[in-house]
Design a protein around this ligand. Structure first.
Ligand code: SF4
Length: 323
């Protein structure tokens, strides 16, 4: 059913572009950067970087984001969709902030869908129940709902300022939608030391709320003072700890698919490499005065690609990335 629904987003032009992306990626891995960088196949577009929670370890929620706060401009978004609709397969309407706090989210989803682009967004679920009409009308294809605790006690250890019941109410409303109107629902559970004991109970929720998929995600931490948040079960941690220091388990290699196949657009049109660049420290340009194709072939972008594919550990954000 899902495959059938998603077939409408595929076209020969998109398949052809994917072939170009693969070819560029393969060549870059061998040190050949001479080719033009093809357009991305997926994009993350930030509806807003404002949030209604103050989650631990989230620069947006904690008020530590150095970028100004704001909401996407529809004319700029329209320009982006129009210019990239032939090659863009998937748009993720999230980056920093809570997408459901953006008044134009429904319009953004509808516009992408009209242009045959698969749409998804990730939400903390606090406003889900009251946004059910928006979801019903705009019909996003996929929603990721974060639920990192099954009681207020465990939930609010990370989702500071939230109420777990709001997420349950939202899931309930989603489960009541007729099948034709219901998006693919993914429940994302960030595993911490304070909630890992709740994992076995998630299967019951899956049935109760007709959830399509449950994802157990390892948390990203930024400093040693956050080690206590890491779960005991090593399976759910992306770090090794030695002498009180954190180190990624996965050895980072000098390449990055995400950088080549995707792009991230901040609410104000700035293009950054990926969702790890929360403060737009590596801004390559702005779609308000350039096309994405120009930005991805600018000296700045090409130099960044070269550095990731030759000496990735020289870039701070890449050192705490599992890509
Ligand atoms: S942080 Fe670096 S390696 Fe990770 S996705 Fe971004 S560009 Fe790629």
């Amino acid at each position: 059913m899902r495959l059938f629904r998603n077939i409408r987003y595929i076209s020969l032009a998109k398949i052809w572009n994917l072939c170009h992306l693969h070819s560029f990626y393969r060549k870059a891995k061998h040190g050949n950067f001479s080719k033009k960088v093809p357009p991305p196949s997926f994009a993350s577009y930030e509806p807003t970087n404002v949030c209604n929670l103050a989650c631990e370890m989230c620069p947006s929620g904690k008020g530590q984001l150095k970028r100004p706060r704001g909401t996407a401009d529809m004319d700029l978004y329209r320009k982006f969709i129009t210019e990239n609709r032939k090659t863009l397969t998937n748009i993720m309407l999230h980056f920093q902030g809570e997408p459901l706090m953006c008044q134009q989210l429904g319009e953004m989803i509808s516009l992408a869908r009209q242009n045959r682009i698969h749409t998804m967004f990730s939400t903390n679920g606090q406003l889900l129940a009251q946004s059910i009409d928006l979801i019903r009308n705009a019909r996003p294809d996929h929603i990721i709902v974060s639920l990192d605790g099954l009681s207020d006690e465990t939930y609010t250890k990370y989702r500071v300022g939230g109420k777990v019941q709001n997420v349950f109410d939202g899931l309930e409303k989603l489960s009541q939608l007729p099948i034709k109107e219901r998006p693919y629902i993914e429940l994302q559970f960030l595993v911490f030391s304070h909630n890992e004991h709740e994992i076995p109970k998630l299967q019951k929720l899956k049935k109760k709320y007709r959830i399509d998929k449950i994802t157990l995600k390892s948390a990203q931490i930024y400093e040693e003072s956050q080690i206590d948040f890491l779960p005991e079960n090593q399976k759910y941690s992306r770090y090794n700890i030695s002498n009180g220091k954190i180190k990624l388990k996965k050895e980072s290699k000098n390449h990055c698919k995400r950088l080549i196949f995707g792009t991230v657009v901040c609410f104000d049109g700035r293009i950054v490499p990926c969702c790890f660049d929360k403060d737009a420290d590596h801004e390559f340009g702005n779609i308000s005065n350039q096309s994405l194709a120009e930005i991805r072939n600018s000296e700045k972008f090409r130099n960044f690609v070269k550095q990731v594919f030759t000496q990735r550990n020289g870039i701070e954000i890449c050192n705490n990335c599992t890509e």
